[in-house]
Ligand binder design. Structure first.
Ligand SMILES: Cc1cc2nc3c(=O)[nH]c(=O)nc-3n(C[C@H](O)[C@H](O)[C@H](O)COP(=O)(O)OP(=O)(O)OC[C@H]3O[C@@H](n4cnc5c(N)ncnc54)[C@H](O)[C@@H]3O)c2cc1C
Length: 208
C-alpha cells in the first residue's frame, strides 16, 4: 500500500438542508385555492388532499410558491456538472478560478476495483503535481485548473421551487441516472418528503 502523501480522497457525500419555505404545504394550498376562491375549505388537514389533487390533474404551478435550498459537499465536479444543467435551479459553486486546488480532494468511483484503488490514488497525486507545476510556472488558478480531473470535489448550494425539485428528482433518482447524482438526489428527496409529504411522497414512491 502506498503512503497517502497526495490529495486526500473525499469523505462521504454530505447533503444539508439550508432553508425551506416555512409551512410549505399551507403556502401552496393558500396560493392554489386562489384559483378557485375556495379559502372557506381550508382546514387543519386539508392541504394534503388539495395538493394531491393538484398534482393528479397536472396543475403544478402552485407548487412553485415553496422553495428549498441545499448545500452539497464532497461531491465530484462530474456530479455537479450534471446538476447545474437544471436551468430553473439557482446555483452557487466553489470556484476553481478563486480557490486553490493545490490539495484537492477527489471522489473515487464506487465501481473502482479494490486491486486498482492504489493506481487511481497515484493518478490523483500525479495530477496534483501537474497542477502545482503549472502554478509554479506562473499560470493563474483559472488556467492551471485545465489539468484537474472530474473526480475533484466541489461544494455547491442549490435552490429550487418544489415543482422543479419534483422534476429533478424524477429524472435523477431513476436507475438511468448516474450513481453520484442519484445518491445526492435520493437524500434531498427523502428530506423534502419528510417536510412536505403531499408534494414529494409520490416521487419518493417511484424512485428506483
Ligand atoms: C439519464 C440522463 C442522461 C443525460 N444525458 C445527457 C447527455 O448525454 N448529454 C447532455 O448534454 N445532457 C444529458 N442529460 C441532461 C438533460 O438533457 C437535461 O439537460 C437535464 O436533465 C436538465 O433537464 P431539463 O432540461 O428537463 O430540466 P430543467 O433545466 O430543470 O428545466 C425544467 C423544465 O423546464 C422546461 N424548460 C426549461 N428550459 C426550457 C427551454 N429553454 N425551452 C423549453 N422548455 C424549457 C422543460 O420542460 C424542462 O423539463 C441527461 C440527463 C439525464 C437525466
Amino acid at each position: 500500500m502506498n503512503q497517502q502523501i497526495g490529495p486526500p480522497a473525499a469523505g462521504r457525500l454530505e447533503v444539508e438542508l439550508v432553508a425551506i419555505t416555512p409551512d410549505p404545504e399551507r403556502v401552496i394550498e393558500q396560493a392554489g385555492r386562489t384559483c378557485y376562491l375556495s379559502f372557506d375549505r381550508i382546514e387543519d388537514d386539508s392541504h394534503e388532499g388539495f395538493i394531491q389533487r393538484l398534482i393528479k390533474m397536472g396543475h403544478e404551478s402552485p407548487l412553485e410558491h415553496a422553495y428549498a435550498t441545499f448545500r452539497i459537499r464532497n461531491c465530484s465536479r462530474a456530479m455537479t456538472h450534471q446538476l447545474v444543467r437544471h436551468r430553473l435551479m439557482a446555483v452557487s459553486q466553489q470556484s476553481q478560478r478563486y480557490v486553490d486546488e493545490d490539495e484537492f480532494a477527489y471522489v473515487v468511483p464506487e465501481s473502482m476495483p479494490a486491486e486498482y484503488a492504489d493506481d487511481f490514488h497515484q493518478d490523483m497525486r500525479t495530477i496534483q503535481q501537474m497542477y502545482r507545476k503549472w502554478r509554479d510556472r506562473g499560470l493563474r488558478k483559472e488556467d492551471a485548473r485545465f489539468v484537474l480531473p472530474n473526480a475533484c470535489t466541489s461544494e455547491i448550494v442549490v435552490s429550487a421551487n418544489f415543482r422543479e425539485w419534483r422534476h429533478i428528482f424524477k429524472l435523477r433518482t431513476s436507475a438511468k441516472a448516474q450513481w453520484e447524482i442519484r445518491d445526492a438526489c435520493r437524500v434531498m428527496l427523502s428530506i423534502l418528503a419528510e417536510h412536505a409529504p403531499a408534494c414529494f411522497a409520490d416521487v419518493a414512491l417511484n424512485a428506483t
